[in-house]
Write a protein that binds this ligand. Structure first.
Ligand code: NAD
Length: 313
């Protein structure tokens, strides 16, 4: 096996949102260590998204520059459209361009129905979904003009079912639709868009309001395996110019990296042209849900070609 050359980011400019703590900090340190100029964005609030503090962003900038890297801090709120545009302006003003956006900032407001109200939903969507949308959209004209860009979004395996953090799982699900659809548009501009589902012990994992995680009972080996920096190599790979992956979802952390994909069962095809009955659905439930021979469409068009194959071209 031939040796893979070092993945360097010299001359590249990266924006990492929520980089003052947790996973964002680890992503920013990794990109900076490999030569990227990094905008360390962080509003610095609580894990529920209350308040602000310039300390976390400034601390990470100090850490990067002390190690010989290049970084500037930015405390704009990605939960507002203006904040996202101002953040991208920071990158262009300070470093002259923008090549990489790591949409990582997040909050966690644990609640299920009926406690999860409109305020919970909107505040969660503001940071996770709208923050990603507006930051990416602000960077877009710069990337299309230079014919190059790498965008990373952050979802969560909470998507598999996380009832006690309903708005969070909802926002993270929306990001998968965003990533996959934007990836198709992006490719013709030399831009790649991928999604990371991290797995690491951070502030939200240690919340007393998160009863399904018992961080306090995790042994030392497990805590070591769940270090944030074990997620960042995947983010850096997806952010690199040699990467050709697009529209994918990658799970990373705990010393494992995996592909998460959206598959469809071949299902059951009702014979003839008569309207299928409800009883027919019940009778063929096994075939409808049988995961054998599932397929993984890359786009709506690929799905259509498979799902409607029996109708002919
Ligand atoms: P964290 O709380 O340690 O870090 C998130 C950072 O985002 C904080 O420093 C916070 O100040 C910042 N932030 C929040 N709202 C912001 C805003 N409006 N503008 C700018 N900055 C803001 O949490 P983390 O675990 O490192 O989470 C990072 C991302 O990874 C989040 O999107 C989270 O949902 C996702 N995630 C984490 C895990 C995990 O295992 N830790 C699992 C799945 C997904």
């Amino acid at each position: 096996m031939s040796a893979i050359p070092d993945y360097r980011f010299d001359g590249r400019v990266a924006v990492v949102t929520g980089a003052g703590r947790g996973l964002g900090r680890a992503h920013a340190l990794q990109l900076a260590e490999r030569g990227a100029k990094v905008v360390v964005n962080d509003l610095g609030g609580t894990k529920e998204g209350e308040g602000s503090d310039s300390g976390p962003a400034n601390d990470v900038v100090r850490e990067i520059t002390a190690a010989g890297g290049s970084a500037v801090g930015d405390t704009h709120n990605v939960g507002t459209e203006d904040g996202c545009h101002a953040l991208v302006e920071t990158a262009v003003r300070e470093f002259g361009r923008i090549d990489i956006v790591v949409n990582n900032a997040g909050i966690s407001r644990f609640a299920t129905f009926p406690e999860a109200d409109a305020d919970n939903l909107e505040r969660t969507l503001d940071v996770h979904l709208r923050g990603t949308w507006h930051t990416t959209r602000a960077a877009w004209p710069h990337m299309t003009e230079q014919g190059y860009g790498r965008i990373i979004t952050t979802t969560s395996t909470g998507m598999f079912g996380l009832p006690d953090n309903l708005a969070y799982a909802t926002a993270k699900g929306a990001l998968i639709g965003f990533t996959r659809s934007l990836a198709i548009e992006a490719e013709k501009h030399g831009i790649l868009v991928n999604c990371v589902a991290p797995n690491a012990v951070t502030r939200p994992s240690t919340s007393a309001a998160k009863p399904n995680i018992t961080t306090n009972t995790l042994d030392e080996a497990r805590l070591q395996a769940l270090r944030t920096e074990l997620v960042s190599p995947m983010v850096a790979y997806l952010a690199h110019e040699d990467c050709s992956v697009n529209g994918e979802i990658l799970v990373a952390g705990a010393q494992r990296f995996a592909r998460w994909f959206l598959g469809v069962t071949p299902g059951y095809q009702s014979p003839g042209t008569a309207t299928p009955s409800v009883e027919e659905i019940a009778q063929h439930w096994g075939a409808i849900t049988d995961e054998g021979d599932y397929y993984v469409p890359k786009s709506l068009h690929e799905w259509t070609a498979k799902y409607m194959a029996h109708l002919g071209a």
